[in-house]
Every structure is written in structure tokens, then in C-alpha cells.
Design a protein around this ligand. Structure first.
Ligand code: MN
Length: 271
């Protein structure tokens, strides 16, 4: 984990025809952050949200005690390129009511010559995003023009990671592979980031060390094996067409739903 950031899925760039068709599925105990570089996706969920997301916008879904949603690529753009990030909820907020927010005017500014920053979550260089978070957290997109570079001041109370989505960068003179995550332990006061000759798009993630072990299985985050069993059972009762309120219901253009897989025959342990 990097602070409460607990999962990073970097997908694409792909042809839009191979895009994203993810039928209804549940989440607990986390927030999903969807951020697009290219493409267009429709989000629908069980608290009534229907939201198209485009590059430069942010979808934040707080699952809390339980929500279900689906994600569907939209025709139009040629390619799909995005990240979905998960944020673990601290124990005092793990059962919070589900919420959804869409941000389309996040703070965006020139960090230095040739480097544009967009703040997805938290506060960066005196620019704060309104995104709702439950623990001290930072998320910033950095767009670096060819051969640009800078030293970035960090909060030494945070640990950090730099994800390379596109192009070429080095961090502290070490090259970062595409989709790689360069980890910076807590205590660092700055990093130096340099772009290659094609420029780059990267994400800076940070947060205060989480201080709790979590149990992450399939789309659920809990603390105990029992938490996961209860969430899985509450979702899979759909097979018997029993109305189940924990994850709600909604209509979408995909149809159907994704059942949770079998649990392993061992007791799951938090880590
Ligand atoms: Mn999901």
C-alpha cells in the first residue's frame, strides 16, 4: 500500500472496440477512483448514479458498507487509456453509506515550465481538490513535455509512488517502466523527475502510512475472513433471485451481473 492507496490498475491504450464492458459487481470497504487519459466510459450504480466520464475528469465511488456498479466504454474516441485506483477506508469509516461524486473542474496548474499538474485528491503545492477522502491522501496527474524535469517537494509524513502511464521518465535518476510504480518511502522531502524526449504522463500518489492491515479479496475490502464471507454471500444470493438490499439494484445497457468466485479453502488473513 501507499497510504490508503491499495490497488492500481493501468489499462490501455487499447482500441476502443476492445474497451471496457464490466457488468454489475459489488464493492465494500473502499473507494474507486477512475481517471481517463483517453476514451469515454459510462458508470452506473445502485445509488442511482449515471455518469459519463471523459479525460481530465474524476469519478469517485465510495463503496462503504456496499454498492454495486457497472462500467461501459462509449463509442466515439478511438482509444481507451485509463487507470482505476482503489483507496482502502479506515476502520472507523469502513461501513459508511455509499456515495458517488464526479469532479470536472479539478485544480490544474503549471508546476514549472513544461509540466502541468492536475490534483485528483488532497493538496499539492497549495492547490486542493474537493474530492472526499477518509485519510490523508494525495493524487496528482503530471503531464511532462519532452525533456522537461523538476524537483518536487514531498510531505515527509507521506509515502509516495510514481506510476508511469505513457512516455518515458526517470525518478531520482532511475528509469521507471511503463505501468511501473516507483516507491518512495516516508521521510523523503523531495524527488527529481525527468521526462524523456517524447514527454510523459505520470501519476504521483501519496498518503500517510495506513497503520492497519486490510483484507482485500475480489472486489471487497474488510478486516476479517468473516467480513469477506458475509459480503460474498450477500452478493451471490442473487443467484436465487432473492432481493438483497446490501448492494442495491440498478438497470444498465450491459445486463447481467458478475458472481463472486469461490473462496479458497483456507482462512483469509489481513496483511
Ligand atoms: Mn468496480
Amino acid at each position: 500500500m501507499i497510504g490508503a492507496w491499495c490497488f492500481v490498475d493501468h489499462f490501455g491504450p487499447t482500441e476502443q472496440t476492445d474497451g471496457m464492458v464490466v457488468a454489475a459487481h459489488p464493492h465494500t470497504g473502499l473507494q474507486t477512483v477512475t481517471w481517463l487519459f483517453e476514451g469515454q466510459i459510462e458508470h452506473r450504480d445502485s445509488i442511482g448514479s449515471v455518469q459519463i466520464i471523459r479525460p481530465g475528469q474524476l469519478n469517485l465511488m465510495t463503496a462503504g458498507k456496499g454498492i454495486s456498479h457497472s462500467e461501459l466504454s462509449q463509442a466515439g474516441p478511438d482509444r481507451l487509456h485509463a487507470v482505476q485506483l482503489w483507496v482502502a477506508l479506515p476502520k472507523e469509516s469502513i461501513d459508511t453509506a455509499p456515495e458517488f461524486e464526479h469532479q470536472n473542474d479539478l485544480p490544474r496548474f503549471e508546476l514549472t515550465d513544461g509540466i502541468e499538474a492536475t490534483v485528483l485528491a488532497g493538496k499539492f503545492m497549495e492547490h486542493s481538490a474537493r474530492t472526499k477522502t477518509f485519510s490523508p491522501l494525495l493524487g496528482v496527474e503530471l503531464k511532462l513535455s519532452p525533456n522537461s524535469g523538476t524537483q518536487i517537494q514531498l510531505d515527509p509524513n507521506f509515502e509516495h509512488g510514481i506510476l508511469l502511464a505513457d512516455g518515458e521518465i526517470s525518478v531520482n535518476a532511475e528509469p521507471v517502466p511503463t505501468s511501473g510504480l516507483f516507491f518512495v518511502p516516508a521521510g523523503a522531502e523531495s524527488i527529481t523527475i525527468l521526462a524523456g524526449k517524447f514527454g510523459a504522463t505520470a501519476l504521483l500518489l501519496g498518503g500517510q502510512p495506513f497503520g492497519e492491515r486490510i483484507l482485500m479479496w475480489w472486489n471487497f475490502i474488510g478486516r476479517t475472513h468473516k467480513d469477506i464471507v458475509q459480503a460474498r454471500d450477500a452478493w451471490n444470493v442473487r443467484q436465487q433471485k432473492i432481493s438483497e438490499s446490501r448492494f442495491g439494484e440498478f438497470e444498465d445497457q450491459i445486463g447481467g451481473w458478475i458472481p463472486a468466485p469461490e473462496l479458497p479453502s483456507v482462512t483469509l488473513q489481513p496483511r
